[in-house]
Ligand binder design. Structure first.
Ligand SMILES: Cc1cc2nc3c(=O)[nH]c(=O)nc-3n(C[C@H](O)[C@H](O)[C@H](O)COP(=O)(O)OP(=O)(O)OC[C@H]3O[C@@H](n4cnc5c(N)ncnc54)[C@H](O)[C@@H]3O)c2cc1C
Length: 450
């Protein structure tokens, strides 16, 4: 059996390793267009800030370690075309500058995503960065360290989690003049006020509700940014983080089923509609258990699970189907830890729920151990009483990770009363005796229809 995996990161290597664990004699090859494999992109902001000293620390498995698992990884080999009928891939070896063909019995597409770019943001300039992979991270950190004149100002376009996490990295690099621009923050509810307050206290200029209409070059050190209301800004370094798109262009027009944005559709065993072709990770759409449809929500835990599941299915193991996601994510903005799961009130109303929400503020731990507040925002259906979504902001990881309880409650379709009844752990350094989760559920219960 010949297995070919396209993409050498979370999803691709999880799939390859799962197959190898079962079948020592199968031929498995991984083709990776970049120089790096098995890396944690999630650590990039902390590498740029230098909290993580070396790029190597972000790498889990080197090509040598992977080879020990008898999984050959072909670096700088990009799959540039595929013929699903003849099961042939066309591959470009970037070092040799040669193209060759490779057949497969089973193909795993794990090409991930790439940074999105819109037409109005297209500009060639040495000082524009897309913080997406390790090569990007390395060039950005080198630029910040080695540029002859210290960078004085940075602008980030996009107020999603990557944009927000990177603010701290630039501050740590000694840059004080930092602006973030975006139509909206990643949090769209009242909880966003906590993020805005944190940005203000860190003296970050947040231009929200605004869009960039044009970029132009002033000179080799400066970029001009024109906003939709004709405001003009200048910056010495520009980061564009307006989201990611599935890296699936080479599979377009080949009858592979995708969402309109190019995210590949699979069944719950990671099989695509093309015979012997599986897909996993940031290149696919995930089934959202609350929205009850496939959505594009590319994050690392799903990529790892989906890759492992694809590999196990191919290896012939008996496995449970992939249940999908509930939309959980977590990120840090300076001293504020933020997390969300589930759906918004607007989504819930669209789905026909009688949706309500509550917001509470409470001490994160027992008041005599510290008085820092955390917030919990809940969305729920007043008729069926089920939880539909949650957002948290907290002063430490302890509070933000309470999101996992809500994610579990969502997966179990728990009612607000079920959450009120949870037996949660308590000791003063960890939580107040009434955990903020229970307080939020108690407040929500007052709005439920009896
Ligand atoms: C800055 C940053 C921070 C992040 N932080 C978090 C976080 O805190 N939490 C979280 O859950 N997620 C986070 N993510 C997202 C997370 O990194 C991804 O969900 C995860 O890496 C997806 O894994 P993947 O294997 O599907 O795709 P990728 O990691 O994108 O890997 C795909 C690989 O395929 C290769 N490839 C693509 N096309 C081809 C081709 N044609 N031929 C050969 N090779 C190809 C690519 O070079 C790449 O190495 C972050 C991402 C970024 C960029």
């Amino acid at each position: 059996m010949e297995i070919v995996v396209i993409g050498g990161n979370a999803a691709g290597l999880s799939a390859a390793s799962a197959i190898r664990r079962v079948h020592q004699d199968w031929k498995i090859d991984v083709y990776e267009k970049d120089l790096y494999i098995s890396y944690g992109s999630c650590g990039i902001p902390y590498y740029v800030s230098e909290e993580v000293k070396s790029l190597d620390s972000l790498i889990t498995l080197t090509p040598e370690k992977i080879e020990k698992r008898k999984i050959p990884v072909h670096l700088r080999n990009e799959v540039i075309d595929v013929d699903f009928n003849s099961k042939i891939l066309h591959i470009l070896n970037h070092d040799m500058k040669t193209e060759f063909k490779r057949s497969y019995d089973i193909l795993i597409i794990a090409t991930g995503a790439h940074a999105r770019i819109s037409s109005e943001l297209k500009l060639e300039h040495e000082r524009i960065f897309y913080v997406h992979n390790l090569s990007d991270a390395e060039s950005l950190r080198n630029f910040l360290k080695e540029s002859t004149k210290k960078v004085q100002s940075v602008t980030i376009i996009g107020a999603g989690y990557i944009g927000l996490e990177m603010l701290e990295a630039y501050k740590a690099q000694g840059i004080d003049d930092i602006t973030i621009i975006g139509p909206r923050l990643v949090f769209k509810t009242k909880t966003q006020e906590y993020i805005l307050k944190e940005l203000e206290s860190q003296e970050i200029k947040a231009l929200l509700g605004r869009k960039v209409s044009k970029l132009s070059t002033i000179n080799e050190d400066t970029i001009e940014i024109t906003l939709d209301d004709q405001t003009i800004l200048e910056t010495e370094l520009l980061q564009i983080s307006i989201g990611v798109s599935p890296a699936t262009e080479i599979f377009e027009n080949k009858n592979l089923e995708m969402l309109p944005n190019g995210a590949i559709l699979t069944d719950e065993y990671m099989k695509t509609n093309i015979k012997d072709v599986y897909a996993a990770g940031d290149c696919i759409a995930s089934y959202h258990q609350i929205l009850k449809k496939h959505v594009y929500y590319p994050l690392a835990p799903a990529a790892n699970k989906q890759g492992r599941l694809a590999g196990s299915v191919i290896a012939g193991k008996k496995v449970d189907p992939y249940p999908g996601i509930v939309g959980t994510s977590i990120f840090k903005v300076f001293d504020l830890y933020c997390a969300q799961t589930g759906i918004s009130v607007e989504n819930a109303i669209e789905m026909g729920y009688d949706a309500e929400s509550i917001l509470i503020e409470n001490n994160e731990i027992a008041h005599y151990m510290g008085t820092k507040k955390m917030s919990i925002y809940l969305v729920f259906d007043v008729r069926s009483h089920i939880l539909l979504g949650a957002e948290i902001t907290a002063p430490t990881t302890l509070g933000a990770k309470k999101i996992d309880t809500f994610a579990t409650a969502l997966a179990a379709r728990m009612k607000i009363e079920d959450i009120q009844a949870l037996d949660l752990a308590y000791a003063p350094p960890f939580a107040p005796v009434w955990d903020p989760i229970l307080i939020a559920a108690n407040i929500a219960s007052k709005k439920l229809t009896k």
